[in-house]
Design a protein around this ligand. Structure first.
Ligand SMILES: [Zn+2]
Length: 410
């Protein structure tokens, strides 16, 4: 299931719908960026600020950020304070940037091209010169390596360029399959570093930075597990954390309504879980051992492992019906002549077992799908908030030099 913006447009709940009035206490750690000795680092910032509600903030020449590393907390924070998404827009592909990134893909070698097509993580940087051409000698691709983010080496190179006395470049393009991170425990997150360096490069050399990505990086899926939902009619059984749950239900319902959830396909993984079957209780009524063997095979077949299935919600229920109809056809052929008396009994017994099992599987798959959707919306939302704050900073500076673009791979 892709989480591309085209299919995920939402009209968020209005602020009136959200009954949450108080602001969540923002207790995420604050940091001040330190740029010295050719590197970007941070120091913890415990001083009080006028407005403590931000991801990135520039005061004078100082840049601060808050690390929303704690997923559980940031889920609640984003939902409670921020998910009044009146102005929420997904980051759409910008036509010109999208074309440029696709041109750049063509300059890469086969390994890199294949990775991009397979949507595997890699990051590359390319430089456009003032005459409009690309400096092909300096296109560098970075793959995942242990302990590093793919952008780390790119930032080292950018800092080298910053310290050069002059530059022939007008634009820097950075592509990262999964967007540069917005949270990174113990490190300055890549998106923050990217902005800090972009600001330096623009101030000194007049260079603009454009970041392209295929998917937002990070996930709140695990944090959402604390708020499990059931099937396509989200509700919670208990009243704990009811504020958060109330809000989550509102958003879940939006996903279902606005995104024509009923028409969307999702996949079901085979968990290997099988219901307890007790057809043995009928065996004493069957004298023919061959028939028992066949009966056993047919039953096994009904609950057999299935390869990854993908259907709509209704499609899954139809598929279940189809499976059961096939079963009854087979079983009637087997039993109808000699054992008609127990045929009905076996069918109605297994009907209950099978449909309970199948409904639970569909329910699990559908709630997993919804959870994924919501996690993706929250993540894209935090990226959107970050970009809004960047715009604010840029407006104050009177310079526009930093862009983020979702990229459609052609
Ligand atoms: Zn990163």
């Amino acid at each position: 299931m892709s989480s591309s913006p085209e299919e995920s447009h939402l009209t968020p709940p209005s602020s009136e719908q959200i009954s949450l009035t108080h602001k969540e206490k923002s207790d995420f750690p604050k940091y001040k960026i330190i740029t010295s000795d050719g590197s970007i680092s941070k120091i913890k910032w415990d001083e009080k600020m006028d407005d403590e509600d931000f991801i990135i903030k520039k005061i004078g020449s100082d840049i601060f950020y808050r690390d929303l590393c704690n997923r559980e907390k940031s889920l609640i924070y984003l939902c409670k304070n921020k998910l009044d998404m009146k102005n929420f827009k997904y980051i759409y592909p910008k036509k010109s940037h999208n074309e440029t990134f696709n041109i750049l893909f063509n300059y890469l070698d086969k390994t890199a091209k294949d990775s991009i097509k397979a949507k595997k993580q890699l990051a590359f940087v390319a430089f456009r010169k003032k005459d409009g051409s690309f400096d092909k000698s300096r296109i560098k691709v970075h793959y995942l390596s242990k302990g590093e983010h793919t952008e780390d080496k790119i930032f080292e190179l950018l800092l080298e360029i910053y310290y050069e006395s002059n530059s022939d470049y007008s634009e820097i393009y950075i592509y990262s399959t999964n967007s540069p991170c917005l949270t990174r425990c113990n490190h300055v997150p890549c998106m923050i570093v990217a902005f800090v360096i972009a600001n330096m490069l623009n101030e000194k050399h007049g260079i603009n930075t454009i970041i392209g990505y295929h998917k937002a990086f990070g996930s709140h899926e695990k944090a959402l597990s604390s708020y499990p939902i059931k099937d396509d009619d989200p509700k919670y059984d208990d009243n704990n954390d009811s504020e958060v749950k109330e809000l989550l239900i509102l958003i879940y319902k939006q996903i279902i309504q606005k995104q024509k959830y009923k028409n969307q396909t999702f996949s079901m993984e085979d968990t290997g879980h099988r219901p307890k079957r007790k057809l043995k209780q009928f065996y004493s009524k069957i004298s023919n051992s061959e028939t028992i063997k066949h009966l056993n095979d047919i039953e096994q077949d009904l609950f057999k492992k299935h390869p990854k299935l993908s259907y709509t919600f209704d499609g899954f229920h139809e598929h279940g019906l189809e499976m059961f109809n096939n079963f009854t056809t087979k079983i009637s052929k087997l039993l109808i002549d000699d054992y008609e008396n127990i045929y009905e009994e076996i069918c109605s017994y297994l009907e209950e077992v099978f449909f309970l099992w199948w409904a639970k599987k569909v329910e699990d798959a559908s709630s997993k799908f919804l959870k994924k959707r919501l996690a993706s919306i929250i993540l894209n939302y935090s990226l959107h908030l970050f970009l809004m704050e960047i715009r604010e900073i840029e407006n104050k500076l009177g310079r526009n030099f930093f862009e983020i673009s979702y990229v459609v791979i052609k």
